[in-house]
Design a protein around this ligand. Structure first.
Ligand code: NDP
Ligand code: HSE
Length: 439
């Protein structure tokens, strides 16, 4: 059978999974590709590190030149994380005539235009199914299966680490640090997990999905984002009492030729599909004008789910399918989509608000008065006598938390009202405001 020689650059969590699939299930890949995907080289930074896979003699190397200078290698899975040296190595691989498969969303969100321009000018391709939502085939679905539609909205959970942490805190009462460490041990988190927990990783993935769905190239830094790194477990308990779970939700909505993008911890009604997404799973609802809504659910991080997406891309690249899609889609080209970002102040949502207030007459009236003057209608209020939940907040003896659920209100008004409430002498410490999702 014909051979396509391939290489892996970066043999960490994902690269090792890719090598396992290529070596242990070569028959499967050969059946789908009509040729053997022959693993010629696997590049690492540190040859002395112990590996969890035995590679055939001569495959492992710490010299990326062994791939760049080998004209026989046609397809390279570029699986180094972060921006540099990933960017420089990817450019060198393209210049050396290789087609690229990558899972590195940070690289694409930051340097997509440069890399895709380079690939196009050299007649090469870049496939990136694994860069968004790990094992869920969301890139292929949006770029191919939805092509008869105008996508109207995307809504989902795009970071496995954050969802894993929130699930652990919710289900087993784990504290934030312990849950994060577990996510790192299980290979879900990035080498530096900052971008997982501050919402950046989800914003980068949302920028990629928005580009595919709406044609506009969004700088991921312009997407309003809040992560789970400042999150307080107490809010999870209040959300539970109110019938909600808290999820890090990423959304993109097309409103009158403007795109509303946001990443933020959000209360999602229990029983709704998104509220029941657990562990490192991801989920995305895509709404198209012809097809209606479709819900995708699957493992968004982890070795084998991500490797599954990478190897599928390697097969598509080896047989020439990627090339056709790549050329048709003109990804990250200078083409203007005519779609602008919608101002954050125009967002509209129900809100969960928590204030820590002095326990004395008239305080609740002051708070609700400010909400009323900002045209924000209250749906419910919780103010318990100090109990375990309240003492977990560390509030002083004469202070109590007040939790308010609002009806639909503009983001600008909600933000202004919380700022004004925060100014009250009777309100202490940081106030919390989160969006609420009913669907
Ligand atoms: P790891 O940190 O586990 O692995 C990175 C690999 O890159 C290591 O093998 C490292 O070598 C190698 N490397 C680093 N620098 C160099 C260099 N200069 N030259 C050669 N090799 C180098 O990352 P992951 O496998 O977790 O992630 C890889 C990419 O996939 C990232 O972009 C990540 O965002 C993305 N991704 C990860 C998912 C996951 O669940 N982990 C899911 C979806 C996407 P050494 O082993 O010697 O240190
Ligand atoms: N660190 C990422 C996450 C990996 O947790 O979602 C998948 O992109």
């Amino acid at each position: 059978m014909e051979k396509t020689r391939v290489a892996i650059v970066g043999m960490g969590t994902v690269g090792t999974g890719v090598a396992k699939l290529l070596l242990d299930h070569g028959d499967r890949t050969a059946r789908h590709a009509g040729r053997v995907l022959w693993l010629e080289k696997a590049v690492v930074a540190d040859l002395s590190k112990p590996r969890t896979i035995d590679l055939p003699a001569g495959v492992l190397t710490d010299r990326v030149e062994d791939v760049i200078e080998n004209p026989e290698i046609k397809v390279v899975a570029q699986l180094i994380g972060g921006l540099e040296p990933a960017r420089t190595i990817t450019l060198k691989l393209l210049e050396a005539g290789k087609d690229i498969v990558t899972a590195n969303k940070a690289l694409l969100a930051e340097h997509g235009p440069e890399l895709f321009d380079k690939a196009r000018s050299l007649g090469r391709s870049i496939a990136f199914e694994a860069a968004v939502a790990g094992g869920i085939p969301i890139i292929a679905n949006i770029s191919q299966c939805f092509s008869a539609n105008q996508v109207q909205s995307l809504l989902g959970i795009l970071n496995g680490t954050s969802n894993f942490i929130l699930s652990q805190m919710d289900e087993s009462g784990a504290d934030y640090e312990t849950a994060l460490q577990k996510a790192q041990q299980l290979g879900y988190a990035e080498a530096d997990p900052t971008m997982d927990v501050d919402g950046s990783d989800a914003a980068q993935k949302l920028a990629i999905l928005a580009h595919l769905s709406f044609g506009s190239w969004i700088n991921w830094r312009e997407i309003p984002k809040v992560g789970i790194n400042t999150f307080h477990a107490t809010d999870m308990q209040y959300a539970k009492q109110l019938g909600y779970r808290i999820k890090l939700v990423a959304s993109a909505t097309l409103i009158n030729d403007q795109l509303e993008l946001v990443v933020a911890p959000t209360l999602v009604k229990k029983g709704r599909p998104l509220a029941e997404v657990r562990g490192a799973y991801n989920a995305i609802t895509v709404v198209g004008d012809a097809v209606g809504d479709i819900f995708f659910h699957g493992q968004g991080a982890g070795q084998m789910p991500t490797a599954s997406a990478v190897v599928a891309d390697m097969i598509d690249t080896a047989v020439g399918r990627t090339d056709i899609t790549f050329r048709r889609l003109e990804l990250w080209s200078q083409r203007d989509s005519g779609i602008a970002l919608r101002a954050t102040s125009l967002l509209s949502s129900r809100y969960y608000m928590r204030f820590c207030a002095s326990d004395k007459p008239g305080v609740l009236a002051e708070i609700t008065g400010i909400l009323g003057r900002n045209q924000i209608s209250i749906a419910s209020v919780i103010q318990h006598e100090p109990t375990t939940v309240e003492s977990a907040l560390g509030t002083a003896a004469n202070q109590v938390p007040i939790v308010i659920m609002t009806h639909q209100a503009p983001e600008g008004a909600a933000q202004k009202a919380v700022e004004q409430i925060q100014q009250l002498e009777t309100v202490h410490g940081p106030s919390i405001r989160m969006r609420v999702l009913e669907k």
